[in-house]
Write a protein that binds this ligand. Structure first.
Ligand SMILES: *Cc1c(COP(=O)(O)O)cnc(C)c1O
Length: 341
């Protein structure tokens, strides 16, 4: 299979149109058989539920070329389960979980020429999503839906080296208690756009959102969960019902315990504890884990001892172990790696 002529090492994180995408439609209470198509456009009614009332949920995962030349994805069954949970919260029909995994495999295989080679640092980002398509003007769930999966090659996250992030404690809230913070819905991102644009204007990379009820506990950023490392080497990650359950974070917790023999605590984490932490990282599919060097709370700077030039030692071990599993350099736990070809 001949790869596309792409400068893999210099790709950014942007949309590059690939050859094929998967589409299935839900009508009269059931999903059709689904198909791959070359058409990247979506044509829907002007009054579609997604356009009027934001009835849409999504997922994000990657395909990798392993050291021995296979193309694999990482724990797509967990993305299938999470999309189902997200859909149910917004009164949408879930796409069957086994068919979800098959749709990912079909989309990746059909775009094999766009899967970056091993060692390039680049990956194929996969975006499954689901949205209401039929006209809805009174507020209610749509009756018809479309599920799509497209793929786009993305560059190495730490292009030009690791650069620890500077984050501000946000005055905006991300997710209400008992709201929708735990599902992967576009609506959680729409309301974060103003906060991220204003953070960037003030020179910060990201927002740290607090729990809106007490504004004392750490939740997450707009698109990644937190992991902290204490000075005695324990891994601590915030627990809250309004945090999006990151698959990367859950995998890193397993890696910390089972591969690195570290103690892990999933518990409420208070903002006031952060000055005692040794390391801080953000976890998500995009970066696996990106180090945070500094958190600024209204002028008060919390500087982690790991500094502003490199990953802390535990963060680095976590990063190397999980990417080693994903790229086939380390043996994976049972069921984590789905081989596409
Ligand atoms: C997608 C997402 C994450 C990261 O989840 P992964 O499954 O690790 O990619 C974290 N927080 C939010 C709000 C997200 O939408």
């Amino acid at each position: 299979m001949e790869k596309k002529n792409i400068d893999w090492g210099n790709l950014g994180f942007g949309y590059v149109q690939t050859d094929k995408r998967y589409v299935s439609n839900f009508k009269d209470g059931s999903w059709d058989e689904g198909t791959l198509t070359s058409d990247p456009t979506v044509v829907i009614n002007e009054c579609a539920g997604v356009l009027q009332y934001a009835q849409t949920v999504f997922e994000g995962l990657k395909a990798y070329t392993t050291e021995d030349g296979h193309i694999v994805t990482f724990r797509p069954d967990l993305n299938a389960a999470r999309l189902k949970a997200s859909a149910e919260r917004l009164e949408m029909p879930a796409f069957p979980e086994d068919r979800f995994v098959d749709a990912i495999a079909q989309t990746v295989a059909a775009n094999e020429a766009y899967v970056p080679p091993y060692g390039s640092g680049a990956t194929l980002y996969i975006r499954p999503y689901l949205f209401g398509t039929n006209p809805v003007i009174g507020v209610k769930p749509a009756d018809e839906y479309q599920f799509r999966v497209f793929a786009t090659p993305v560059g190495p996250y730490f292009k030009g080296g690791v650069r620890p992030l500077t984050i501000r404690v946000s005055d905006f809230d991300r997710a209400a208690p008992h709201g929708t913070g735990h599902i992967k819905a576009g609506l959680n991102y729409a309301m974060s756009l103003h906060a991220i644009v204003s953070a960037h204007k003030e020179g910060y990379d990201e927002n740290l959102y607090l729990d809106p009820a007490t504004r004392t506990k750490v939740e997450e950023t707009g698109g990644a969960n937190f992991l902290f490392v204490t000075k005695d080497g324990k891994v601590v990650t915030p627990k809250s019902s309004s945090i999006l359950p990151s698959i990367t974070r859950r995998s890193l917790v397993y890696v910390a315990k089972e591969y690195l023999g570290l103690e892990v605590e999933e518990r409420e984490v208070y903002l006031s504890e952060l000055e005692d932490m040794a390391e801080c990282g953000l976890c998500g599919t995009a970066a696996v884990i990106s180090p945070v060097g500094k958190i600024v709370d209204h002028g008060k700077e919390i500087c982690f001892p790991s500094g502003m030039t490199e990953m802390g030692p535990v963060t680095k071990k976590l990063y190397e172990t999980l990417t080693g599993i994903q790229m086939g350099r380390l043996e994976a736990p049972e069921g984590w790696i789905k081989v596409i070809k």
